[in-house]
Design a protein around this ligand. Structure first.
Ligand code: NI
Length: 136
């Protein structure tokens, strides 16, 4: 029997979508107001889903307290109230789109979880816009 266990989390962060190797005009053309040189913020909502076998002894796929602590240590403590471009090393040369943030989050939490578990990261940049990444 397999089941999926999910934990929601939240962080506020600022970012700017742009490429250093493009002109301001080209960045504005591609990224619109998201390329504002003075940055802008989002209230990100995160869902991390863990799929695996239900352990016969504990009845758990994963102890959700452990998942909560991993998300806090790897995501909330690193991203919350930060300027992603300036303060988070992973985005020094990586455009902090919702897609890339979801991939970075996946790569940060994956090593802390047993390899037999399947992980899916869903990141909402706005209540209507979200991205899912599961390591493929
Ligand atoms: Ni934005």
């Amino acid at each position: 029997m397999k089941a999926t266990v999910s934990r929601k989390a939240h962080f506020n962060a600022a970012h700017r979508l742009y490429r250093k190797d493009w002109s301001d005009a080209k960045n504005l053309e591609v990224f619109g107001k998201c390329s504002n040189p003075n940055f802008h913020g989002h209230n990100y909502e995160l869902i991390v889903s863990v799929t695996g076998k239900i352990d016969a002894e504990t009845g758990y796929v994963i102890d959700i307290k452990i998942l909560k602590e991993i998300i806090k240590a790897e995501v909330e403590d690193t991203f919350d109230h930060k300027n992603l471009n300036v303060e988070v090393q992973e985005f020094a040369d990586l455009n902090p789109t919702t897609e890339n943030i979801a991939v970075v989050i996946y790569n940060k939490i994956r090593p802390s979880l047993a390899s037999h578990l399947d992980i899916e990261v869903t990141l909402f940049e706005t209540p209507r816009n979200f991205v899912t990444y599961s390591g493929k």
